[in-house]
Design a protein around this ligand. Structure first.
Ligand SMILES: Cc1cc2nc3c(=O)[nH]c(=O)nc-3n(C[C@H](O)[C@H](O)[C@H](O)COP(=O)(O)OP(=O)(O)OC[C@H]3O[C@@H](n4cnc5c(N)ncnc54)[C@H](O)[C@@H]3O)c2cc1C
Ligand code: SF4
Ligand code: SF4
Length: 423
């Protein structure tokens, strides 16, 4: 397939994660669009996307420095999970935030804290579009109401880094929330843009096993009785409980108002996860290794009926540690220290994926298909030490099959989709 020379190569050769940082770094030549079967993807003018945009692109490459014992990171977690200084488990002290949140509302509670204390002037994150509610957009929230309206994970494409200029232009520091690939993009852009870096109060990454394309949302809506995209009035994927129900509201084929619900096991397990683009299968960082703080589900135990939600919180940097301490001082979160084993006990599937990625990416390279470059992330050792022989074989040979069934050997041009607003 040849080398990756520009952002169009990244997108067309199945490497794009959809973060949007290229559009922030080169707005004259690159714009983000929705591609129905893939996710948020860049449309690139001829000659654009070769400089900073390519250097910051997490789809092409990302890397961690070697483990340094003097920095205080937990050695036993470094290889499988990246830099971690502390682990906490808990929830937003404000019951409304806890209930609305996807897990325990930690991301929203930390954001409300930053605005309330006036340490941040905005929070850059993702919200459902008002005009086309099954698509997402990046927004800079400045009130509790705006943050609450965007709480709850959206298992659908989002490109929060396309809004980084809003942080650069803001009068004060800001909070950034995104998936792990968005956090990696931010970190790489911070290295290139000191003006951006000076405006980041904290970056928060939400754990992510893969972002389904918009086709996944439309299929879920269809199964819930709203077959026409322009009849979808709202889509919620999680939250309002833990993990909470997926809820689609809209009109059925007879024009009657319907509100359909699915459990998380059904929405994610039976429908959405099948629509993850290939790039999510070759992703090594599912827990936000480049963010200051990352948050996910403490799935290590059974969830009692009616449990309003709990979050697992990883502190990854000193900036993250200072921020969390300040939030705890004003009781924004109710937390207790968690032992290191809680992370693998909660998210073993993500560790297995990290190992499988090594085999998948080498299978791609052997067939001449582009694969992301990971340095210092221990994917090879994870492949050897944490996967069974059967899992290794499946990862390798499964990829050979997918290269042909998904036509990964061919360039796939980005197909913009504007969506149809609710009628
Ligand atoms: C695609 C996807 C895959 C996930 N996979 C996992 C997983 O494997 N393991 C796991 O533990 N949890 C997973 N989650 C859920 C999420 O990581 C946890 O619920 C996390 O603990 C956040 O919960 P919270 O209550 O702190 O967030 P909330 O307080 O509810 O806040 C969520 C924040 O995330 C932002 N956001 C929502 N959707 C997106 C999106 N698509 N892209 C970027 N930002 C978004 C919102 O703007 C909001 O600020 C996934 C979420 C998504 C969107
Ligand atoms: S991964 Fe991000 S920076 Fe790279 S091409 Fe995709 S949107 Fe652009
Ligand atoms: S699986 Fe990885 S590449 Fe895909 S959306 Fe999640 S963090 Fe990004």
């Amino acid at each position: 397939m040849g080398p990756i020379r520009n952002i169009r190569d990244v997108a067309e050769k199945h490497l794009c994660t959809g973060c949007g940082v290229c559009a922030y770094l080169e707005p004259q030549g690159i714009r983000m669009v929705d591609d129905l079967g893939q996710g948020r993807r860049p449309v690139v003018q001829d000659g654009a996307g070769q400089g900073d945009a390519l250097a910051a692109c997490p789809g092409k490459a990302m890397g961690l420095p070697p483990f340094d014992g003097s920095k205080g990171h937990l050695k036993e977690l470094w290889r499988g999970w990246g830099p971690i200084l502390e682990l906490w488990e808990g929830y937003a002290t404000d019951g409304e935030v806890r209930l609305a949140g996807s897990s325990g509302g930690a991301a929203t509670a930390l954001s409300i804290f930053a605005l309330d204390q006036k340490r941040s002037s905005g929070v850059l994150h993702t919200v459902a579009r008002g005009d086309v509610p099954y698509l997402n957009e990046t927004t800079l929230s400045q009130t509790r109401e705006q943050l609450m309206a965007a709480s709850g994970s959206r298992y659908a494409p989002a490109s929060p880094c396309d809004g980084l200029q809003k942080i650069e232009d803001s009068p004060g520091k800001c909070v950034f929330i995104g998936k792990p690939c968005d956090g990696a993009a931010l970190k790489q852009a911070e290295g290139l843009r000191p003006a951006l870096s000076s405006k980041i109060d904290v970056s928060i990454a939400i754990f992510c096993a893969g972002a389904p394309s918009t086709q996944g949302t439309l299929e879920m809506a269809r199964q819930l009785g709203v077959p026409e995209p322009n009849h979808i009035e709202s889509v919620r994927y999680r939250g309002n409980g833990w993990p909470g129900m997926a809820v689609v509201r809209g009109k059925d084929s007879a024009g009657q108002t319907v509100s359909g619900e699915l459990t998380y096991a059904d929405s994610w397990g039976r429908i959405l996860q099948k629509f993850r683009p290939w790039r999510c299968y070759s992703c090594a960082d599912h827990t936000g290794e480049f963010a200051d703080i990352s948050v996910g589900d403490p799935w290590y135990r059974d969830i009692p009926e009616g449990e309003p939600g709990r979050s697992l919180i990883l502190v990854r940097t000193e900036r993250g540690r200072d921020f969390l301490r300040a939030a705890m001082e004003v009781n924004a979160l109710t937390l207790e220290k968690a032992a290191a084993h809680v992370l693998p006990d909660s998210q073993m599937n993500l560790l297995h994926t990290r190992g499988a990625v090594w085999g998948r990416n080498w299978a791609c390279r052997l067939l001449g298909v582009a694969a992301p470059k990971y340095t210092g992330m221990g994917t090879g050792k994870t492949w050897l030490q944490d996967l069974t022989f059967k899992q290794r074989t499946q990862a390798f040979y499964g990829t050979f099959k997918r290269v042909f069934t998904k036509k990964l050997y061919k360039r796939r041009p980005v197909v913009p989709f504007d969506g149809e607003g609710c009628s």
